[in-house]
Design a protein around this ligand. Structure first.
Ligand code: NAD
Length: 323
């Protein structure tokens, strides 16, 4: 009989979507998250939902009882505004990742996925808006995003060494900015696509046609729609790829272009106010998808226009309900 698939961080954005996705494939799923159940982004029927702090190894051991497959997405994280101001909290996720790996080994878990991040890439490769896409090998020599990025890079290496030394099958995906419905859209942990959708929706509903933009808006990024993230995650998990792999879009836009798209969807034009002192992150970042195409014969391909239409509609509904 197939064992249990555990989604750590199952009350979060990607974790919640992954639970729904895995249920459709017939998996027996256990979702674990530190948040009280009424704060989970989605709660699915037919899932064993567990509330617990995965920084505690006893909770990890209990969570992984009878587990064959583990997707570890639990982390204390958020957008730039959060990670630049909460480096210690971000680094404490190392306790989750360490204890989850130890408990996975003890419980004889067959496959373990770790959600790493584009924040492992060094600052010195991301100084221009027009940078080439980041290749997996660019992570070294290491100089990742302070706090959050160092923790992710360290945990990637723990996955490598648990595989090499203890034979635990580990897979590491480096997510590049994921967005979509059910993501954080207010409160300080939201990322650029959700924040911009919220600001545009607020402008539309209030009639105050202005928008605050962090930085000068010329910093570049890529954004991956949630469905591509799920597809890439499951494909990587089921593959024999042992090295970290980018899971990200390569459709690079500036933040100003991102605002243009959302304005187009909402059908309005806003006066832009640039907040030059706000957290901005690196100047330019994009995913190089040569390796994923070569190894998986697939890469994220949902356009920003398509993904943002769905996301804006969802965020608009949340803003309207709150108002
Ligand atoms: P999220 O914040 O929505 O989900 C993370 C979940 O982990 C939250 O529900 C949180 O309550 C839970 N968690 C935190 N500490 C915990 C603990 N001690 N015990 C149990 N649960 C705990 O974030 P997300 O966007 O769904 O991200 C999922 C994973 O993907 C994270 O590891 C994140 O670092 C990584 N990632 C996300 C993005 C992105 O753009 N969303 C980009 C790169 C990497």
């Amino acid at each position: 009989m197939a064992g249990i698939t555990v989604v750590a961080g199952g009350g979060g954005f990607i974790g919640g979507h992954l639970v729904t996705h895995l249920l459709r494939t017939g998996a027996k799923v256990r979702a674990v998250d530190i948040k009280p159940l009424n704060e989970w982004f989605s709660v699915s029927d037919g899932v064993e939902n567990v509330v617990g702090d995965l920084q505690d190894i006893a909770v990890c051991r209990a969570a992984l009882k009878g587990a064959d497959v583990v997707y570890n997405l639990a982390a204390d994280m958020g957008g730039m505004g959060f990670i630049e101001n909460n480096k210690a909290l971000c680094m404490l996720s190392v306790l989750i990742n360490t204890h989850m790996l130890m408990a996975a080994r003890e419980n004889g878990v067959k496959r373990f996925f770790f959600s790493s991040s584009a924040c492992v890439y060094p600052d010195y490769r991301q100084k221009d808006a027009d940078v080439p896409g980041l290749k997996e090998s660019d992570a070294y020599p290491a100089m990742p995003e302070d706090g959050y990025g160092w923790e992710k890079l360290f945990s990637e290496r723990m996955c490598r060494h648990f595989r090499e030394d203890f034979g635990l099958i580990t897979r590491v995906g480096r997510y590049h900015n994921v967005y979509g419905p059910l993501g954080t859209w207010e409160g300080g942990r939201e990322k650029a696509p959700a924040a911009i959708c919220r600001k545009v929706a607020e402008a539309k509903l209030s009639g105050r046609h202005e928008i605050d933009i962090w930085g000068d808006g010329e910093q570049t990024r890529t954004f991956m729609y949630i469905d591509d993230c799920l597809e890439g995650t499951v494909r990587l998990m089921n593959s024999d790829i042992t090295e970290p792999l980018n899971i990200g879009s390569d459709e690079k836009v500036s933040i100003n272009q991102l605002v243009d798209i959302v304005e187009g969807i909402a059908g309005l034009k806003l006066k832009r106010r640039y907040q030059l002192d706000a957290p901005k992150g690196v100047r330019g970042r994009s995913s190089d998808n040569d390796l994923i195409k070569q190894l998986l014969g697939w890469a994220p391909g949902i356009s920003l226009q398509t993904g943002l239409e769905k996301t804006y509609r969802w965020v608009y509904d949340q803003v309207a309900r709150r108002a």
